[in-house]
Design a protein around this ligand. Structure first.
Ligand code: GAL
Length: 413
């Protein structure tokens, strides 16, 4: 987007909002996510602010980003929007985001957040986003009953996974619940890539976009494993949302789902107990690594002083430890604050926090590509498209897909 054009549009169509109302764009529209949004809405209302909901359907947020762009182009941005990772810098570089250094300084965000978190929230050294959590993407959600009935062990490697899948099918289960949206294909891909290549290789390929890594044998092996993945899904997966896929595991129709820990929100909302009704296991071959995704909100520049104060109150609430705890008990992530404190209520969150801290120490923490943490929106889009086309075409050739992906990423450079 052209910066001058945007500045002109802002002058012609100044944003109109009620002073104590904050309009917030997000894509948290599944039942579990909705319960988390309700926590935010209630706590905002305790501060005398009214939540104006701007939820856009579509897991992973690509629909929300399209809608956001059109609102911004028409000079009418919301007060705040959920934006993650590299997207924060992309939006900030257009000069559209409010700096929230005042709040951050007063509330000592630098001291409260790990540097790898605060770095993602800053543009040219200034805070332009507030985080609410850290999600782990490389989780396998398991229905233990399915494994008991099939008499099988839960897979720890992809080879185990491909071996147990036919047994699960014989016992009447879909081995892996999946919804055919491109970002869901990409989410599986990043876990497989990590299992095949490890954290260092993952960074070379997905963060540095190093051509040698992108065209390597490890990449071909990853696509070969993705081809075998087709045998794990059911026929009806296309156009299924991620939470509909989670529901199959909850209902005992599917044995597993590979998904970030927002899936836990769906289990908990339906009264399911971790460790009993469902299990959270690191994705096959990735137990010593952690693929992270930080949910955060940016505030758009608005001329109105009262709106500015409302945005600052929102930023301050998002970084409040009690809020983050209550919110993430519904949302499924771990708070971005006080990562050493033993504050989570369930065993999956406790494991997530322990694994996060260990991965940070050991250098095996990697940013999610699917959720825009490893690279900007265009690379994120290319990976999702190439991988999902590959999965959808039973005749697709892994070597050609590797070339296609590497070439597509190179042309964006
Ligand atoms: C991610 C987001 C999560 C969750 C998920 C499914 O991009 O970070 O909070 O909402 O999408 O929509």
């Amino acid at each position: 987007m052209n910066r001058t054009l945007l500045a002109i549009l802002f002058i012609i169509f100044p944003a109109v909002s009620l002073a104590n109302e904050v309009e917030v764009l997000h894509w948290w529209t599944s039942p579990g996510e909705n319960a988390a949004v309700n926590v935010l809405e209630r706590q905002l209302s305790d501060k005398g602010l009214k939540w104006k909901d701007f939820g856009v359907e579509g897991g992973g947020g690509s629909n929300a980003m399209t809608v956001l762009k059109s609102r911004v182009i028409s000079g009418n941005p919301p007060a705040a929007a959920q934006i993650r990772g590299k997207g924060i810098q992309e939006w900030a570089s257009l000069g559209l985001l409010r700096e929230i250094d005042d709040v951050a300084r007063k509330e000592q965000w630098d001291a409260k957040l790990p540097e790898m978190v605060s770095d993602t929230l800053k543009f040219q050294g200034h805070y332009v986003a507030a985080p609410v959590n850290i999600h782990r993407n490389n989780w396998l959600w398991v229905n233990p009953e399915a494994f008991r009935k099939a008499g099988q062990k839960i897979p720890e490697t992809w080879e185990d996974m491909f071996r147990v899948a036919p047994k699960l099918k014989e016992a009447g289960y879909i081995p892996l619940a999946y919804g055919g949206e491109p970002w869901q294909a990409s989410a599986i891909f990043e876990s497989v890539l990590l299992a095949k290549g490890g954290a260092e290789f993952y960074r070379q390929a997905m963060v540095d976009n190093d051509p040698a890594a992108l065209t390597s044998k490890t990449m071909i092996k990853t696509f070969k494993a993705m081809a075998r993945m087709r045998g794990l899904f059911d026929q009806n997966s296309s156009r299924r949302s991620w939470d509909q896929a989670t529901q199959l595991v909850i209902d005992g129709k599917a044995a597993m789902q590979l998904m970030g820990d927002w899936a836990k929100g769906e289990f908990l909302l339906q009264g399911k107990q971790p460790g009993i009704d469902f299990l959270c296991i690191p994705a096959p071959g990735t137990k010593d690594t952690f693929v992270y995704n930080i949910d955060s909100f940016v505030m758009f520049n608005m001329p109105d002083e009262q709106q500015k104060r409302a945005q600052q109150s929102l930023a301050s609430l998002l970084m409040n430890a009690d809020f983050q705890r209550a919110f993430n008990q519904k949302k499924g992530g771990i708070p971005a604050l006080d990562l050493r404190a033993d504050q989570e209520i369930d065993s999956c969150a406790q494991k997530s926090r322990r694994d996060f801290n260990r991965s940070m120490e050991q250098g095996t923490l990697v940013p999610s590509t699917t959720h825009g943490m490893a690279a900007g929106e265009r690379v994120q889009h290319v990976v999702s498209e190439v991988v999902s086309q590959f999965i959808n075409d039973p005749h697709a050739d892994p070597t050609k897909a590797v070339k296609q992906l590497s070439l597509a990423i190179q042309t964006l450079k």
